[in-house]
Design a binder for this molecule. Sequence first.
Ligand code: ADP
Length: 542
Amino acid sequence: MQGRMMQHPLLISSMIEHAARYHGDTAIISKNTDGTITQTDWTHITENSKRFANALQSLGLVQGDRIATIAWNNHRHLESWYAISGSGLICHTINPRLFPEQLVFIINDAQDRVVLFDKTFLPLIRAVKAHTPTVEHFVYLGAFDQDVADAVPDVKFYDALIAEHSAQYQWPALDENTASSLCYTSGTTGNPKGALYSHRSTVLHTYAICLPDSLNLSANDIMLPVVPMFHVNAWGTPYAAAMVGCTFVLPGPGLDGASLVQMIDDYKVSIALGVPTIWQGLLAAAKQTGSPLNSLKRNVVGGSACPPAMMKAFRDVYDCETIHAWGMTEMSPLGTGNQLKAKHQQLSAEEQFKVRLSQGRPPFGVDLRITDEENGTNEVCRDGHSTGNLQVRGHWIIESYYGKSDHALTTDGWFDTGDIASINEDGYLLLSDRAKDLIKSGGEWISSVELENIAMNHPEIAMAAVIAADHPKWDERPVVIAIKQQGSTITEQDLLDYYADKIAKWQIPDKVVFVESIPLTGTGKMLKRDLREQYGKILLTE
Ligand code: ADP
């Protein structure tokens, strides 16, 4: 017998309609590319997204066409997102920090018909324009601008387009499995590959990230996504904000610590999300200005492992609870988030802190397992010690890459993440490394993440990356590449001594190289591949 309930498809347009109808006057604050602030609300965001949906239709676009965006987190970008996906087109967010050749590759691979862009990225548009034959329209996300008009002939202006079109628009009743958005992996190995999300996967992912054991979002929150909309859809926050109807604070290009402190203080932000390097900048700026970050109750750290020292600083100095989360582009991205269970409530503060350091446990909708080989199917014990290849399956996890015919899954239907991890009896995930960053010394594995965390816990170290360097006897040995805190006189031996009582002797790094800066990927992670190229032979030459 069938259930007798409505078949109501899970659609992205329903989320913006909900926000407009039930949270219409809730504020959206947006920093523009020129530094000015626009204050709007869910009613106006929705109206403009409908105007832009009409504009897109007038350009002759049809369901399934790809519309690229190269833009900061701002209100026009948000409106265009809902217009694109809501009307059945595919919103393809592009990371502007990629090299122009990668950008050209991605636009051509996706066969984008339209590209929307912010003023910051005008030079990029000029550089790639001649090499992207599928793009028929460039739309500047702003009012008429002579520089833009001169640089990009036939460019269209977003503000003029929405002024010309009506706010009356009926969102189409799409099949919920229709593709909604496209996001390329950052391609640290080989060419970037596209993860193509659906309306259904997006809505289910949104429900999951709002849950109390995930981000614990509600209409009372004032949320600041520092993570860019081009980094796995700002981890889904533009959808979650509409689903719960919270205030949304969009930081535009101001991702430096000082701008973020001001944004948090000015708009009383209660929850902010970003990668560890962002928080490093924020903590330094808050210390400098003396801001107590009073309103900030939670911060979400993901994308790379959260150094314990950072979590401690948020807890002890700012009374802010850090939620450590793990995920990836292929997972929309949320895989796990760290919140305590009831059984942890009676633990001491320090024991609770230890639990909170791991990447956490999955919400309903994601299942995890650890296997003894890459793409294998043999599961290892969930004992918190046995490490292996982390695999996942669930409602918002990739099945195959965009444009590729083969499945990306194991023979029994799991996606191998390329991460190495263990899972404990309570279901908490502890990542030791990405498979390719593990250090294999004399046949034994050493986790670079653990060694980085120890270095970054040293009060005189600002940032540290640990890489595998080739070694004549042991194959590979760990080498620390570190940035000193300003004014510090720490020596190589001081840092090596610091490891002594914290790990087994054979895991202590062989060498420390102090540098002025560490290269970062487009999404703000330490670029270990480049460091390996530069320092990978350092133990052979000495
Ligand atoms: P890419 O894989 O393209 O660099 P993603 O943003 O999809 O970009 O990155 C996903 C990867 O980032 C994960 O597979 C994992 O290695 C790493 N990662 C994400 N969150 C964490 C975390 N909390 N701790 C450690 N590593 C993380």
